[in-house]
Design a protein around this ligand. Structure first.
Ligand SMILES: [Fe+2]
Length: 181
């Protein structure tokens, strides 16, 4: 009997034994970290698409500035999706498989409105990024609990990027004078 055939499936309802990556983490760590990271991943995809949605449907005198800002932010958000998913695989879990899977897990809400004022776009994205930072902090806590420093150290970078996006969205939405009036 070879090593693979002898390997016992982990306590993870998502995967069969063929897809369970070897890890020194206990099964409950795989379960909890995967759960937290997959929820973050769904939120990240939802925020990516909303940022692109607003990038595509912007209108008004600040078009060029906001259009480019949102494109830059969307690129940054999208760049985190693969590392999040691959952390889940590295700790032995299964990750997202479809748009439907994202829809079942996402906590950041969609905005399908036909028209959104540019100031409302920036305000909504600012709040969504702020929310995402909080969720990243929660996921960081789960990873720390099991000593998963690989995931935790990446999450720290994503928190910083998320806070930077929040900051830019906040400043871009202020009015012209220094007092924001
Ligand atoms: Fe574009």
């Amino acid at each position: 009997m070879n090593h693979v055939a002898r390997a016992k499936p982990r306590a993870n309802a998502v995967l069969n034994s063929v897809l369970v990556t070897p890890t020194d983490l206990p099964p409950e760590a795989t379960r909890d970290i995967s759960g937290a990271m997959n929820a973050i991943l769904a939120d990240t995809f939802a925020l990516y698409l909303k940022t692109k949605n607003f990038h595509w449907h912007l209108s008004g005198p600040h078009f060029r500035d906001y259009h480019l800002l949102l494109d830059e932010q969307a690129d940054q958000i999208f760049a985190t999706t693969d590392p999040i998913a691959e952390r889940v695989r590295k700790v032995g879990g299964g990750t997202l498989r479809s748009i439907g899977h994202i829809a079942r897990l996402q906590r950041i809400t969609d905005n399908d409105a036909e028209y959104v004022e540019p100031s409302d776009m920036l305000a909504e994205l600012r709040e969504d990024n702020k929310t995402l930072a909080g969720r990243l902090r929660e996921a960081h806590g789960v990873c720390e609990q099991y000593g998963d420093v690989g995931s935790a150290s990446l999450i720290e970078l994503w928190i910083d990027e998320t806070e930077r996006r929040t900051w830019f969205l906040y400043e871009a939405s202020r009015r012209a004078d220094s007092g924001g009036r």
